[in-house]
Design a protein around this ligand. Structure first.
Ligand SMILES: Nc1ncnc2c1ncn2[C@@H]1O[C@H](COP(=O)(O)OP(=O)(O)OP(=O)(O)O)[C@@H](O)[C@H]1O
Ligand SMILES: [Mg+2]
Length: 218
């Protein structure tokens, strides 16, 4: 991946070759500016690489048109951001419902499924609460419920614990890992947090845009 602006160009990723095993939890680590967000954005189809290709679930997403890619992402990828990115004017339940609606879940199933998802993240009684009235950890759990809506096969998360204290951060990761295993999801997660290594099947590290393989934990 090379970023260009005017005469300046900057190669943010160099010769990346990464295979993520289906159903596994893959961590991306590395110092600030090493290219983690850039790589995750490319893997999730949010950014088009200058060269190379990305295959997800057997589909070459780099060969897709914009609309094909949007459709593919909607149905196959749940994305969790560092800063939760909930809709502030919607309740916890509505934040999940809107995604289910976009995914074509029938109106009569939507409420039930949203309640089920919120229950699975331990927020059964918070459905009617607005994000601003939830703690950071609770907001991130709503974001996890939303990312899991419609059972996507792939979950991508960019430092999902960065805005949380260490207790909530760890709880959120354990929950995500448990739900992902239950659902058979593949998870690719960027993190700075060395304690999260415990839940991972594999850890790779980026340094100056180059991928360094590290010892696997299982
Ligand atoms: N749109 C862009 N245009 C130009 N350069 C960019 C752009 N996006 C990222 N970069 C550069 O690419 C490099 C990698 O950035 P990236 O955001 O992927 O790092 P990161 O590993 O996620 O860092 P952090 O841990 O701080 O989030 C940085 O040097 C950054 O300045
Ligand atoms: Mg980043």
């Amino acid at each position: 991946m090379t970023f260009k602006s005017g005469k300046q160009s900057f190669q943010a990723l160099k010769g990346i070759d990464l295979e993520v095993k289906s159903g596994s939890i893959q961590l991306l680590m590395g110092p600030s500016g090493s290219g983690k967000t850039t790589l995750l954005s490319i893997l999730a189809g949010l950014l088009t690489p200058t060269k190379g290709k990305v295959c997800l679930l057997g589909h070459d997403i780099t060969a897709m048109s914009r609309s094909q890619l949007a459709e593919f992402r909607l149905h196959n990828i749940g994305f969790i951001f560092q800063k939760f990115n909930l809709f502030p004017a919607l309740t916890a339940s509505e934040n999940v419902e809107i995604v289910l609606k976009m995914k074509g879940v029938s109106d009569k199933e939507i409420k039930k499924e949203a309640q089920h998802l919120l229950t699975s993240v331990g927020l059964a009684d918070k459905g009617d609460v607005l994000p601003r009235d939830l703690s950071g950890g609770q907001q991130q759990r709503v974001a996890i419920a939303r990312a899991l809506a419609g059972s996507p096969k792939l979950i991508m998360a960019d430092e999902p614990t960065a805005a949380l204290d260490s207790y909530n951060g760890h709880a959120v990761i354990e929950l995500l890992a448990r739900l992902a295993k239950q659902e058979g999801c593949t998870v690719v997660m960027v993190t700075h947090d060395p304690r999260i290594v415990d839940v991972a099947d594999r850890v790779v590290s980026l340094e100056d845009g180059i991928l360094q393989s590290r010892a696997s934990t299982s």
